[in-house]
Design a protein around this ligand. Structure first.
Ligand code: AMP
Ligand code: GLY
Length: 426
């Protein structure tokens, strides 16, 4: 098969690594890709926003499957447009990607199909939103409805913060994504990421993970796209997994089919495990980044076979097998992240760093004058496996110690919650 992978981050590097291991693969192309992906794929420059350019490339290169990494093109309808040209695509339609593209859509789906989630209100004007917030009080959560690159959520611990967040949203802080706002109940518990591979009718469990959103050790500092992750998530016990499938995922699959928008692709549920059980915080309609990196390290089966089955509606006949090992990834970021990261610093020593079995996925790198340089906020994902999260953690940090990149930084406590559990036996 000829495959085209869209995207440029660590998630796409992990997907490329796994797809390249499939005996079904003839040739992998990636656009735009990155230097790490370039080891497995021919990198091509395509204007991904121009769907007919992508379709023409697919026809010319006889692409059998397009795999879409990020949410932007999915919400913009790339899967529908390529399918209209007869091209097979792994990823949800525009209508199904509303699960990520509109928080209000997802909340209404939850209300209609009885899916446990935080109580909420949906508002298109400031006065009504403020009245609701004043009535409910703080803590409360304010969310821009649309895609806001992970920045559209404010956890307001006071009424003043909540009102300020509403002002910012309606003032255009998130552009058109904030023209509508979801205000919701503040949930407490432990968070987990739950993944399913879906074909429109069947949802196949596809692993669990936990990530670390704050930039600093001890979960301090501003939010980021994710500073590290590990899999599996210990909080997702067999019972919690069954409940999540029955109470959240299956009603979502039925609900989307019912609305004429069956979901095919990766359904990524952000969950809060509360004392009443799992509640949906939000959906994403693609793999998490960096969660994908740890999932790919543990997946024993051929990813391309599974993606094909999802595209062909054949998942009811499939299973996915996972290694019993834990996997953990630490994000190395460029100084300045999550503000403005410094670009262009030289990174050395990756081959030596990977010599003890770690996989180093590139998230934001470029080649400049023959040298590997930082070219983004999150730059490398240093990933390892072990019989415990603690062992995977040790191997990942040992690899980081061998990387020569003074301008990079990382958190030093990725996996702390799981390692604590392993040590205390709770
Ligand atoms: P998001 O950018 O939508 O992934 O949300 C960012 C983070 O905000 C989530 O990972 C949660 O930690 C937190 N969050 C979102 N909604 C809620 C909620 N209703 N209650 C508590 N925390 C929330
Ligand atoms: N790491 C969270 C995400 O990909 O949305």
């Amino acid at each position: 098969m000829n495959v085209l992978l869209l995207g440029s981050g660590g998630r796409e590097h992990a997907l490329a690594w796994k797809i390249a291991a499939s005996p079904l693969l003839t040739k992998l192309y990636a656009s735009p890709g990155n230097p790490g992906i370039g080891r497995f794929a021919e990198l091509v420059k395509l204007d991904i926003a121009d769907h007919s350019t992508v379709a023409a490339f697919c026809q010319e290169k006889k692409i059998d499957l397009v795999v879409v990494g990020p949410e932007g093109p999915l919400v913009a309808g790339i899967a529908d447009d390529l399918r209209a040209w007869g091209i097979r695509v792994f990823g949800p339609s525009r209508a199904a990607a509303r699960l990520e593209g509109s928080k209000g859509f997802t909340k209404d789906l939850c209300a209609k199909f009885n899916i446990p989630t935080a109580a909420y209100g949906r508002f298109g004007d400031l006065a009504a939103a403020k009245a609701y917030v004043e009535k409910t009080g703080a803590p409360i959560v304010i969310k821009a409805d649309g895609l806001a690159a992970g920045k559209g959520v404010t956890i307001a611990m006071t009424l003043e913060e909540a009102l300020a967040a509403l002002d910012a949203c309606f003032d255009g802080a998130f552009g058109s994504a904030g023209a509508e706002v979801v205000v919701e109940e503040y949930l407490t518990g432990e968070e987990a990421s739950f993944f399913c591979l879906c074909d429109g009718a069947t949802a196949l469990r596809f692993g669990t993970a936990q990530d670390h959103k704050r930039v600093g050790d001890g979960d301090t500092g501003p939010n980021t796209g994710g500073m590290g992750a590990y899999s599996p998530a210990p909080v997702m016990t067999p019972d919690m997994t069954e409940r999540t499938m029955r109470e959240i995922i299956e009603p979502t699959m039925r609900g989307m089919a019912n609305l004429g928008a069956p979901f095919a692709g990766i359904l990524f549920a952000g969950l809060m495990i509360t004392d009443q059980g799992p509640k949906l915080i939000e959906y994403n309609t693609r793999f998490g980044d960096p969660e994908c990196q740890v999932l790919m390290m543990r997946l024993k089966d051929d990813l391309l076979v599974l993606l094909n089955a999802a595209v062909d509606g054949q998942l009811a006949h499939m299973s996915a097998r996972w290694s019993d090992d834990a996997a953990l990834t630490v994000v190395m970021a460029a100084r300045g992240y999550p503000g403005t990261p410094e670009k262009g610093s030289v990174i050395r020593g990756l081959d030596e760093a990977a010599s003890d079995g770690a996989e180093i996925f590139h998230a934001g790198t470029a080649i400049n004058g023959g040298a590997l340089v930082a070219n983004g906020g999150r730059v490398l994902n240093v990933t390892a496996t072990g019989t415990t999260v603690g062992e995977a953690q040790k191997k990942a940090y040992a690899a980081i110690d061998r990387i020569d990149w003074p301008q990079g930084f990382c958190r030093h406590d990725i996996g702390w919650r799981a390692v604590d559990r392993e040590q205390t036996g709770k």
